[in-house]
Design a protein around this ligand. Structure first.
Ligand code: ATP
Ligand code: MG
Length: 288
């Protein structure tokens, strides 16, 4: 177990714009242990995806950088697989072929044809999608597509799994189901995960630590909350657990008292909480 397995060190980024450069992040520092599950939470537009894209090597930091197992990483690589919000499957390939594409990228030289087939099937079994492996994305539901996206990433055996609101587009029941699968898989495989979410319950349920970001520009890490709840975690019993609710309160307090969203008008916040009384989603302003 490496203590500083993945390090986000002094990261800052400026985006060029027509007027003056826009400073999105400043001084972002975080050390992540191997096997840790980290959630990133913060108001819309604060810079969560930017942090994830820098870890993935898709964006170059202006200052500082990312160190994985003692080596700086500044370009994309199969050691850091990304699960996007909208699954990003190729529509003309079957479920099996979508996963195969990624597996061949990584294991073409080290696994035989038979081993590759077995490995693809094994990863589809992990997310309970082996029954639909010969279907195309257009023939399966949104939740199923998201499962395939997760299987594709797991099949690459990345050092770090990066997830940008992986369940954001799903209905509450499917989301709960996938959260449970993800907890079960992570428990079994010990993946190191960095996941962005807008959902406070999801963050507390899944994480070892919740990283709360301040509002931009020049966003940074405001607070880090350790979630010391025993695993395996059960959503039903946690719903009545005082410790679980205390963690939720701490995240909500950070988001709505310490880092009020300047772009959210009070009316919007009110209507958002009326329509979804049971989940605490970070309110999104209409335009960043
Ligand atoms: N390529 C880019 N060029 C210019 N500005 C950018 C670029 N990417 C992001 N930004 C700006 O950086 C800030 C952070 O954006 P980012 O997408 O990381 O936010 P976020 O926290 O992921 O938001 P959301 O929750 O809405 O997804 C925003 O103000 C955004 O407009
Ligand atoms: Mg984002």
């Amino acid at each position: 177990m490496h203590k500083n397995y993945l390090e986000i060190s002094q990261v800052g980024i400026e985006f060029p714009t027509e007027a003056e450069p826009f400073r999105a992040l400043q001084n972002v520092n975080l050390s992540i242990q191997q096997g840790e599950f980290i959630s990133l939470i913060g108001h819309s537009g604060c810079g969560k995806s930017t942090v994830l894209n820098i870890i993935a090597g898709l964006y170059q930091a202006t200052e500082g950088g990312i160190i994985l197992e003692g080596r700086e990483v500044d370009e994309p690589g199969p050691d850091r697989a990304v699960v996007f919000q909208n699954h990003a499957l190729l529509p003309w390939l079957t479920v099996y072929q979508n996963v195969e594409l990624a597996v061949k990228c990584v294991f073409k030289k080290t696994k035989s044809k038979a081993e590759i087939r077995e490995w693809i099937e094994h990863n589809l079994e992990l997310v309970h999608m082996d029954h639909a492996m010969h279907k195309r994305p257009g023939e399966i539901s949104g939740g199923m597509k998201q499962r395939v996206g997760i299987a594709r990433c797991l099949a690459m055996q990345p050092k770090v799994l990066l997830m940008d609101e992986p369940f954001g587009a799903l209905d509450a029941l499917t989301r709960a189901h996938l959260q449970d699968s993800l907890m079960e898989i992570q428990n079994r495989l010990g993946n190191t995960v960095v996941m962005i979410t807008h959902d406070v319950d999801e963050a507390v349920l899944l994480s070892d630590r919740i990283v709360m970001m301040t509002n931009g520009p020049a966003a940074s890490i405001g607070e880090v909350l350790d979630i010391n709840l025993q695993r395996p975690r059960d959503r039903l019993s946690l719903a009545e657990d005082p410790a679980f609710n205390a963690y939720r309160q701490q995240v909500l307090r950070f988001l709505y008292e310490k880092q009020k969203n300047p772009a959210a008008k009070p009316k919007q916040v009110e209507s958002a909480s009326k329509s979804e009384p049971k989940t605490d989603k970070v309110s999104a302003p209409e335009a960043a």
